[in-house]
Write a protein that binds this ligand. Structure first.
Ligand SMILES: CC(C)(COP(=O)(O)OP(=O)(O)OC[C@H]1O[C@@H](n2cnc3c(N)ncnc32)[C@H](O)[C@@H]1OP(=O)(O)O)[C@@H](O)C(=O)NCCC(=O)NCCS
Length: 194
């Protein structure tokens, strides 16, 4: 488990009726691919330097905006600017499992509950389709992401070593691509806000 002060709080509060005026949620489409790529480095605050930038871009090919749209979501403002996105899917091989592949929130809108609400919407829709748990991974150095997922009630799957108090799976995604592996049962009442 993650060391630190964060403790889990149930994930509740569905998305659509909880957004500030002028913001709306919808499923992405292929035209959103370039829009999302355009914000990655800024929203991740340049995490990982040039290698991190290349890795993020490689993790979001266009196919996610063509073949995984009905299980993905984005929030945008009436004026057209992107506020947040979640790219996820239901596992074809594990029907009880949903997976969040990528999640980002505009730094100007972070810590306002959007990440939690996107997880709530994704989890509710996935549960309605039969999923019983949600998985995701993050980089060991992304302490904000680790704190966020811990707060949402995700458990850290035990890995082979510990980095800054968090169990890590070495080379999980390839040589040098270490990951913290998270899972959350959908009946945990994970990410909803009142
Ligand atoms: C991580 C990220 C998605 C969180 O989204 P967010 O909208 O800011 O998070 P929320 O406001 O919904 O926060 C949900 C809970 O997590 C907590 N939390 C969020 N970020 C946190 C942080 N950096 N440190 C400690 N707690 C944090 C919040 O306090 C909140 O707790 P509460 O509502 O139960 O009191 C967002 O910061 C982000 O996009 N970061 C850059 C990209 C990234 O790292 N993505 C995740 C890896 S794919």
């Amino acid at each position: 488990m993650v060391a630190g002060p964060e403790r889990a709080r149930p994930v509740t509060g569905l998305l659509d009726d909880a957004l500030p005026p002028g913001w709306s949620v919808r499923h992405p489409d292929a035209d959103d691919h370039a829009r999302v790529h355009a914000v990655l480095d800024q929203w991740w605050a340049g995490f990982g330097g040039e290698a991190g930038s290349r890795e993020r871009a490689a993790l979001l090919p266009r196919l996610f905006f063509e073949h995984f749209t009905d299980t993905s979501y984005l929030i945008e403002h009436d004026d057209g600017h992107l506020v947040a996105f979640l790219i996820g899917f239901l596992s074809p091989a594990r029907p009880d499992t949903a997976y969040v592949h990528f999640l980002g929130v505009d730094p100007a809108a972070q810590r306002a509950g959007l990440g939690r609400r996107l997880h709530a919407r994704f989890g509710a829709d996935a549960a309605a389709r039969g999923a019983r748990q949600v998985g995701c991974v993050t980089s060991p150095g992304n302490r904000d992401s680790i704190a966020f997922h811990t707060r949402l009630g995700f458990r850290v799957d035990p890995g082979d070593r510990t980095v800054a108090g968090t169990s890590v799976h070495s080379d999980h995604d390839g040589p040098g691509l270490h990951r913290v592996v998270f899972s959350r049962a959908l009946d945990d009442r994970g990410p909803t806000h009142p």
